[in-house]
Design a binder for this molecule. Structure first.
Ligand code: HEC
Ligand code: HEC
Ligand code: HEC
Ligand code: HEC
Ligand code: HEC
Ligand code: HEC
Ligand code: HEC
Ligand code: HEC
Ligand code: HEC
Ligand code: HEC
Ligand code: HEC
Length: 413
């Protein structure tokens, strides 16, 4: 009722607006919408504010547009039925920003919206409505250092995250807060995910799809990525195998820490205990790829492993000999553990290492799980003892039995 009254009363109060400047002049619309108390009920029956700040609009990139350039359905006579809140029909930003629209249509946010899900980001969730600024402007919602906050409005909201089944555990932003990337001030959500072309993790074209992760990290860590893609792990990762290590398997995802941070999963104190053993001591993965878990166990029981477990900071762990991002099988001539390169590899810490020194067996068990000569001798001795024990104990039992038998027969007689 009040609405209808307004429609009648307003032209009477402000005849100049409607007659002189024109029906669709912004100050005409703002004449009502600058009222901070103006509200309406949306389709869910929720009361929403219809306030539009003139000062914000005038300093936005769209200051020169007419209100109805965006609110195309809202004209004099169709006003009440034209907006998103009553019809669900969105302001179409793509009409003027075709490139952004085209990219956006490929994103996970557009996909879930098309499936009828509410709450996924549309243009104005990231850019704002009447306060849109260029992303070069430090006050913009899409200015580099404000992007995290823009995404967090949804992705850090636990209720939202649970409703959208975005996975259990801490939210990406909670993890990101403690990361070396955030500390650097040079990385934000869109650095890895992209903004308009941000795709679902399970989309093979996504920048964060498993086999594309090295390339995504590689935009800032190119040298490491180059080494990695040529390594045995990298070749496997490129095939998208879920057991193959990729950057995030070892480093984590949102909470990546500096290597020297004791909480980093790749801190030197963890490399030989968890980083490599998470796969190389796993029977399931070993069986799948046909390798032996012996290297881990034998390392931990070796002279290096014993010193390592004792806390010695200078002793060799897996990465000291195998490298990290450039790991290759020992048969590869470029491998640090190829027999022709051992003098150099061991020589870093054993400067006077001789040829024969480097021939010492590092993993007590060789690559195929076969025992070396020392282990074999121990094995033979062990077998010898077992035979002796069985013979002695068995002999005694036999002796006692025959003795008992004899006595029983004697008694019967
Ligand atoms: C660049 C496009 C654009 C321009 C120009 C624009 N708006 Fe909007 N407006 C939007 C979007 C996007 C929304 C949010 C979606 C919706 O509710 O329709 C919106 C929503 C609104 C709403 C509903 C309340 C709200 O905040 O959600 C009102 C009222 C409104 N606009 C009035 C105006 C007025 C008055 C002008 C002119 C001064 C104007 N708009 C200019 C894009 C625009
Ligand atoms: C006479 C006052 C008045 C004027 C002038 C006016 N509006 Fe409104 N506007 C309202 C009222 C009242 C509502 C709430 C309508 C309802 O409850 O259905 C509204 C609602 C809206 C909505 C939200 C509609 C929805 O369903 O989401 C938008 C957008 C809007 N107006 C934009 C404009 C634009 C653009 C202009 C200028 C062309 C304008 N208004 C001029 C009073 C006005
Ligand atoms: C009627 C056409 C039109 C519509 C609809 C429109 N825009 Fe714009 N937009 C423009 C124009 C024109 C500019 C350039 C202003 C300038 O360069 O000063 C612009 C600039 C921008 C910029 C800054 C670009 C830059 O390079 O700095 C962003 C961001 C933007 N618009 C987002 C949006 C969003 C989001 C919507 C929907 C809510 C939208 N636009 C709707 C015409 C439109
Ligand atoms: C998930 C958040 C998000 C959504 C949704 C989104 N954008 Fe953007 N947009 C950004 C970010 C962040 C930038 C800054 C540059 C970059 O990272 O590409 C940007 C940049 C832009 C630019 C370039 C001008 C500038 O300010 O740098 C335009 C124009 C634009 N967006 C329009 C749109 C339109 C139109 C839509 C809807 C079809 C849309 N955006 C949807 C986040 C988003
Ligand atoms: C260093 C790169 C990087 C940065 C920075 C980053 N992400 Fe991610 N994000 C990823 C990768 C890689 C995945 C895929 C993880 C997987 O395969 O399970 C992912 C997954 C996600 C997922 C889906 C899975 C989940 O954990 O819920 C969301 C949502 C997400 N990121 C949001 C964000 C937000 C919000 C930010 C900023 C606070 C952000 N990301 C910053 C790389 C990054
Ligand atoms: C308005 C709320 C909203 C905003 C703002 C928003 N998102 Fe989303 N996002 C969603 C919804 C809803 C989904 C879809 C969840 C699903 O797949 O069911 C989603 C999905 C994602 C996914 C894919 C998760 C998966 O499981 O594949 C990533 C990654 C993501 N968003 C990152 C971002 C980033 C980065 C930003 C900021 C630039 C951002 N989002 C801003 C609501 C939002
Ligand atoms: C098999 C586990 C593993 C994988 C896979 C892995 N890393 Fe690493 N990364 C490590 C370890 C261990 C260190 C610590 C090396 C050291 O102590 O010298 C490290 C160190 C780093 C460093 C810091 C040291 C430096 O040299 O600047 C960066 C950056 C890095 N990795 C990025 C990556 C990227 C990018 C990828 C994917 C292309 C990747 N890592 C894949 C285990 C891994
Ligand atoms: C937008 C650029 C950018 C992207 C993308 C990026 N990083 Fe970084 N990364 C940095 C910066 C900047 C630092 C901190 C500066 C430094 O100490 O080298 C850093 C630091 C690191 C460190 C700690 C280095 C150390 O000295 O201990 C690791 C590990 C790392 N990044 C791994 C990754 C992984 C894995 C990915 C992909 C999931 C990735 N980064 C994606 C820019 C990036
Ligand atoms: C996510 C699981 C995973 C992690 C973590 C991992 N690896 Fe691997 N690694 C594999 C798989 C699977 C193969 C077998 C690849 C093949 O056979 O094509 C492999 C192969 C190797 C090979 C070559 C073996 C051969 O038979 O020639 C070496 C050496 C190796 N890894 C060392 C390491 C070291 C050192 C680390 C820790 C810095 C490590 N790996 C971390 C899964 C992993
Ligand atoms: C990161 C440094 C480092 C690397 C690389 C390294 N070692 Fe060691 N190694 C040590 C330290 C520290 C000890 C502890 C005993 C000591 O102080 O001599 C040790 C002890 C030994 C010992 C027993 C003690 C001795 O000196 O006779 C042998 C044998 C040995 N290493 C062989 C090797 C071989 C073979 C290689 C190459 C395949 C190698 N090491 C690579 C640091 C290293
Ligand atoms: C002191 C150097 C050194 C250390 C420390 C070391 N390795 Fe090795 N590793 C070698 C050498 C040399 C070979 C090749 C000859 C052999 O099998 O003894 C090898 C072989 C391997 C192989 C077998 C390759 C094949 O063809 O089957 C794997 C897997 C492996 N190492 C993983 C690890 C893991 C995991 C760690 C840490 C828990 C580790 N290594 C620690 C030097 C080392």
């Amino acid at each position: 009722m009040g609405k209808i009254l307004l429609w009648i009363v307003l032209p009477l109060l402000f005849p100049g607006l409607t007659a002189g400047i024109g029906w669709c002049d912004n100050s005409f619309c703002l004449g009502c919408h600058q009222d901070q108390t103006l509200t309406m009920k949306d389709v869910h029956g929720k009361s929403v504010s219809l306030f539009v700040s003139k000062t914000e609009f005038k300093s936005s990139v769209h200051a020169k547009l007419d209100c109805s350039d965006c609110h195309t359905q809202i004209k004099d006579d169709t006003h009440a039925a034209g907006g998103e809140k009553t019809t669900g029909q969105r302001v179409n930003c793509g009409g003027c920003h075709r490139e952004a629209e085209r990219e956006y249509q490929q994103s996970v946010h557009a996909n879930v919206t098309m499936k009828g899900m509410e709450g996924a980001a549309y243009c104005y969730d990231c850019h704002g409505k009447h306060n849109i600024l260029s992303s070069q402007n430090p006050k913009s919602m899409t200015y580099f250092s404000n992007i995290e906050k823009t995404c967090d409005r949804c992705h850090a909201n636990i209720k939202f995250v649970r409703e959208h089944a975005l996975g259990p555990g801490p939210t990406p932003e909670a993890l990101f807060k403690g990361s070396v990337h955030r500390e650097s001030g040079k990385v934000t959500c869109t650095s890895c995910h992209g903004s308009h072309n941000l795709r679902s993790l399970i989309d093979p074209r996504s920048s964060v799809f498993r086999s594309n992760i090295p390339e995504t990290c590689g935009s800032c860590h190119p040298q490491i990525t180059k080494e990695f893609t040529e390594s045995i792990h990298g070749v496997l990762a490129a095939k998208g195998r879920s057991d193959a290590p990729t950057c995030t398997t070892c480093h984590g995802i949102h909470g990546i820490k500096a290597v020297i941070n004791p909480n980093s999963p790749v801190n030197e104190r963890r490399i030989a205990l968890t980083t490599c053993p998470q796969c190389h001591a796993s029977l399931r993965i070993a069986r799948e790829y046909g390798f032996s878990t012996a290297p881990v166990k034998s390392y931990l029981n070796s002279f290096h492993g014993l010193y390592y477990r004792g806390g010695d900071p200078y002793v060799a762990e897996c990465a000291s000999c195998h490298g990290v991002h450039d790991i290759r099988p020992p048969s590869d001539p470029e491998s640090t553990v190829n027999k022709n390169n051992l003098k150099k590899t061991c020589g870093r810490c054993h400067p006077d290492a001789s040829e024969s020194f480097t021939k010492l067996s590092i993993h007590t068990f060789g690559p195929t799980g076969r025992a070396n000569i020392g282990e074999k001798v121990v094995g033979w001795v062990r077998t010898f003892y077992i035979v002796i024990i069985i013979a002695v104990v068995g002999g005694m039992v036999f002796l006692n039995f025959t003795d008992w038998l004899r006595k029983t027969i004697d008694r019967r007689l």
